[in-house]
Design a protein around this ligand. Structure first.
Ligand SMILES: NC(=O)c1ccc[n+]([C@@H]2O[C@H](COP(=O)([O-])OP(=O)(O)OC[C@H]3O[C@@H](n4cnc5c(N)ncnc54)[C@H](OP(=O)(O)O)[C@@H]3O)[C@@H](O)[C@H]2O)c1
Length: 323
């Protein structure tokens, strides 16, 4: 079967190989999922670089998000049957034609969710839903709070803006380019400001939800957060951590980091099912829709990864493992 493999850490475009792998029958409690579409997310590529080398075992098949249909079930599986549409989660491995997962890590996908929506129904919607809980818990209520969202032009940034405005938050989307500002203005509600390491936006915020990190996040912490505020980090698109000096200088701020993987492995199946139900509702209403820039056959992985690295990319890329 068509598959991919990372055998050494490095530049994703150089170390993710297309390989012909053996198709294995599901064991007891497992299902084999014939994958239909998989997403390319920053969180798929970061482990490939070796950034989490202490908790990444080589070799591995990348891809944390996508969906497919059950092809075969192993002994003892009664909850699923061949033909069921499912979202397999809990481990990487979706950038291949067939995936084995324990049945309890596969979540039913409603028929009315389109293939493209299904392929992006997990990572960003479930993370966004968890992210807005951190300031809610910190302040007791979100209503009327001023919350900044960095990298607001990203797929998850747009979801956060819509979620926050829906909670009566004064949401401020911070984007690094006029192009993103113009696009976000069409797609999401809330205020939009330009901000980057050179040009710090003139803001006062109660909380910041950050995916950029580095000196820019440090400046935001030092110069825009009100006393007693909250800083929630969930990404480091700049490739640089938040400076410790900024964290140490603001002992009045509550700092936290959210990693979907940690939540998923501790939440339990009922909580994950409830989160998926909210994701599907959000996809039906458009709240969690992701703009799709292109769908590539998995056999054209090189072209897909080149497009992913292109700064002009205008939306998510999907892989079709069937071709
Ligand atoms: N912690 C978790 O569990 C978790 C879960 C999901 C996502 N994430 C993180 O969320 C982030 C966004 O993910 P996504 O899937 O939404 O990505 P995406 O749709 O691919 O969007 C990335 C966008 O972010 C903007 N960007 C990139 N580098 C930036 C920088 N240095 N400063 C400001 N903006 C920058 C760019 O937009 P413009 O250039 O157009 O402005 C780019 O198009 C990633 O860091 C990802 O790892 C974390």
């Amino acid at each position: 079967m068509r598959s991919t493999l990372v055998s050494q850490f490095g530049d994703p475009r150089q170390v993710i190989a297309l390989v012909d792998a053996e198709r294995v029958a599901p064991g007891p409690g497992e299902v084999e999922v014939a994958l239909s579409l998989a997403a390319i997310n920053p969180s798929d590529l970061i482990p490939v670089t070796g950034a989490y080398s202490a908790r990444t075992t080589l070799p591995f098949v990348p891809g944390f998000e996508g969906f497919g249909t059950v092809a075969r079930v192993g002994a003892g599986v009664t909850s699923l049957k061949p033909g069921d549409r499912v979202i397999p989660i809990g481990a990487s491995g979706l950038w291949q034609e067939y995936l084995l997962r324990p049945a309890e890590w596969c979540f039913a996908l409603p028929d009315d969710i389109s293939d493209r929506d299904a392929a992006t129904s997990y990572v960003n919607p479930l993370t966004a839903l968890q992210l807005i809980e951190a300031p809610r818990v910190h302040f007791g209520s979100l209503e009327g709070r001023r919350v900044g969202v960095t990298a607001a032009g990203s797929a998850i940034g747009g979801m956060l803006m819509k979620l926050l405005v829906g909670e009566q938050v004064d949401a401020v989307g911070i984007v690094r380019s006029q192009r993103s500002a113009d696009r976000l203005a069409v797609e999401a509600p809330g205020r939009i400001v330009l901000g980057n390491e050179i040009r710090l936006p003139d803001l006062r915020l109660d909380a910041i939800i950050d995916a950029v990190g580095g000196p820019f996040a440090g400046d935001l912490i030092l110069r825009t957060l009100e006393p007693g505020g909250a800083f929630i980090q969930y990404g480091a698109l700049s490739g640089v951590p938040v400076p410790q000096t900024a964290i140490l200088a603001r002992s009045d701020i509550r700092f936290s980091f959210l990693w979907l993987r940690t939540w998923v492995h501790s939440a339990g199946r009922a909580a994950i099912e409830a989160a998926f139900a909210k994701s599907f509702d959000g996809l039906r209403s458009g709240l969690f829709s992701s703009r799709i820039a292109a769908v590539y056959p998995l056999s054209q992985l090189d072209a897909a990864l080149a497009h992913q690295a292109d700064a002009g990319r205008d939306g998510k890329l999907l892989l079709d493992p069937r071709c």
